[in-house]
Design a protein around this ligand. Structure first.
Ligand code: UD1
Length: 419
């Protein structure tokens, strides 16, 4: 195991402001969608995180010409291969977007099964069902999947669950398919609205994004565009969680409070004031945490990607909180690590009951086992007096641009070392 770790001397209150970097979950499908034209597509506000770097690697591997100029990434989607390489696909779930993008363009695609965080089985059946309805044939190969289609055609597709990735994949396919597609029971996340907006700016004919029914009239060709990704609502939410726990006064720029309604609601209390202006979200907390309960669910309800940070915060409340995870079946890996710090958390199925402790949590040596779980551990370590370490920070680097710099800029004592 690598010795690399994040070392946190916790117990500091957080003060200052943060300009939140671009959203991982927006940028990844936007990069994939850039393949849908041979013209240049420039995506602005791309964060320096490993998932984005790996996605750029994957596009290059398929033959696209990709250049990064600071936070702007330009893609000229001239694909020369239809088989994606195993090592890049196994690092991230978003290689699944190649199914829609490459199939639409070339009529075939072969992928190893997408990797990513180990938080549940994460099957692809909803993606595959939709692609089949649009005329694709699919077969599972040894360790992967192959899809082909002479020409994709429009279809009436009802998804059995509002999967974010499947909605995005099918939206890309439908944009270039022959005829009309209706997608029912779509995910409604802001990242889907962003993808639809970019596709529309490329010439796609889409309506209904942000609702559960999206209609698409296929077009023959898409053209180049320039599009800016919004700030990352989960990174912003992580800062809200840390400020609620540690106390302080932090202002966030670059994210929309409307996109974070359920998260702000979950952290807001008489001792954690959250104010919104048109351009900023200000969090003022006295460092006491009120016990609250949440159930994770598709947008606009409480996001599963904020569940670990919420549980971490609740470990310090003066009461009992119930957290139910309904999106992924194996997303409580951080609980065992929080228990090392003295947290009292009982797990039954997908439900965690947290008995918060205002005193008695202790600094510890922890190991991250997934991206958001790792962020949750950071929140707990920032709050606890004394020195904690978090091993496996590479998980956190998948979605946070130097998380140590983010919290240092707010007055925390955080550093990375491999000594
Ligand atoms: C996206 C986000 C991820 C977030 C998740 C849920 C990106 C790059 N990632 O992941 O950060 O945690 O949404 O908000 O945007 N499912 C199936 N069959 C399928 C597809 C999904 O059973 O074909 C299940 C999954 O196993 C999971 C649930 O549906 O239990 C939600 O998955 P989905 O919405 O597809 O998540 P992702 O798109 O993978």
């Amino acid at each position: 195991m690598s010795n690399e770790r994040i070392v946190i001397n916790g117990g500091k209150t957080l003060y200052g402001s943060v300009s939140v970097h671009g959203a991982k979950n927006a940028v990844l499908p936007l990069l994939a969608a850039a393949l849908l034209t041979r013209d240049e597509v420039v995506i602005e506000n791309c964060p320096y995180i490993t998932d984005v770097e790996n996605m750029i690697g994957l596009l290059r591997d398929l033959g696209a010409d990709v250049e990064r100029d600071g936070r702007n990434v330009s893609v000229c989607g001239r694909i020369s291969r239809t088989q994606a390489s195993g090592s890049l696909c196994s690092t991230m779930r978003s290689s699944m977007f190649m199914l829609g993008a490459v199939l639409s363009l070339t009529g075939e695609v072969e992928l190893p099964m997408p990797g990513g965080c180990d938080i549940g089985a994460r099957p692809l059946d909803i993606h595959i069902d939709g692609l089949k309805k649009m005329g694709a044939s699919t077969e599972y190969t040894q360790g992967g999947i192959r899809c082909s289609a002479q020409k994709l055609h429009g279809a009436d597709i009802v998804m059995r669950y509002p999967s974010v990735g499947a909605t995005e994949n099918l939206l890309m396919c439908a944009s270039l398919a022959e005829g009309y597609t209706s997608l029912v029971n779509c995910a409604r996340e802001p990242e889907i609205v962003a993808l639809a907006k970019m596709l529309k700016s490329m010439g796609a004919r889409i309506s209904g994004e942000g609702t559960s029914v999206i209609r698409v009239q296929g077009v023959e060709k898409l053209s180049g565009t320039r599009f800016r990704a919004d700030g990352d609502r989960i990174v912003a939410g992580t800062v809200v969680a840390a400020t609620a726990a540690c106390g302080g006064d932090v202002t966030l720029y670059g994210v929309s409070a409307d996109d974070m309604r359920s998260v702000l609601q979950a952290f807001r209390s008489d001792v954690c004031r959250i104010e919104e202006s048109g351009v900023a979200i200000r969090v003022r907390s006295n460092g006491h945490v009120r016990a609250k309960s949440v159930i994770t669910a598709p947008y606009p309800l409480f996001p599963t990607d904020m569940q670990p940070q919420f549980i971490a915060c609740q470990c310090f409340s003066g009461g009992i909180s119930r957290v139910e995870e309904t999106v992924f079946e194996n997303r409580l890996g951080h609980v065992s690590q929080l228990r090392k710090m003295g947290a009292d958390i009982a797990v039954s199925g997908d439900c965690a009951i947290v008995r918060g402790k205002q005193n008695g949590m202790i600094p510890s040596v922890l190991t991250a086992s997934d991206l958001r779980g790792g962020a949750g551990l950071c929140v707990a370590c920032l709050k606890v007096d004394g020195q904690s370490s978090i091993y496996n920070p590479h998980y956190i680097d998948r979605g946070y641009e130097k998380i140590e710099d983010l919290f240092c800029s707010l007055g925390a004592d955080v550093r990375r070392t491999d000594k």
